[in-house]
Design a protein around this ligand. Structure first.
Ligand code: HEC
Length: 145
């Protein structure tokens, strides 16, 4: 009995030091994109005053196709290569850099956990699973996704 108890305790601590599994897009990456990026990087929409708003930098991060297409400057996400993925390089610049995302004062910078999840997701192949895109109403409130 005493030995069995010791073994379970040992297994428990081994499980704790095993590397964490790769980030899950819907759980670990999407909520960050929705709350910190999509206010500016989402599909074109009409404001209540009838003006059409286009995604900043021609980059729509609110659909799988938009993420694949990238923006005016090039690839937003290159599977397995964070150094070529603008989405990753822009969030890891020095915070005082003009290119830093999200722009200063507009949304909170990514937390360490969010940066880690973004990196893991890109390195694992940047799959978006069954996500069809996130939709917002004109006021910017999430309606589906
Ligand atoms: C308040 C608005 C705003 C928010 C929020 C925002 N961005 Fe941007 N983003 C811009 C603007 C404006 C540009 C175009 C100017 C530039 O390239 O810096 C841009 C450009 C970009 C580009 C380059 C696109 C291209 O190909 O030219 C990337 C990549 C990017 N943003 C990623 C992000 C990510 C990732 C987030 C969330 C963590 C984010 N942005 C949040 C306004 C925003």
């Amino acid at each position: 009995m005493k030995t069995a108890l010791k073994i379970t305790t040992l297994l428990g601590s081994v499980a704790l030091v095993l590397p964490a599994t790769a980030a899950d897009f819907k759980k670990d990456v999407l909520p960050m994109l929705e709350s910190k990026c999509m206010s500016c990087h989402r599909a074109p929409y009409k404001t209540s005053s009838g003006r059409t708003k286009k995604p900043k930098g021609k980059l729509d991060l609110s659909t799988p196709a938009g993420i694949k297409a990238g923006g005016g400057e090039g690839d937003a996400v290159v599977a397995k290569d964070t150094s070529k993925s603008l989405v990753y390089s822009r969030v890891t610049l020095d915070k005082s850099d003009d290119d830093f995302m999200p722009p200063e004062g507009k949304a909170d910078p990514l937390t360490d956990a969010e940066l880690k999840a973004l990196k893991e997701w890109i390195e694992a192949g940047a799959e978006t699973g069954d996500w069809k895109g996130t939709k917002f109403d004109a006021a910017g409130k999430k309606v589906s996704g």
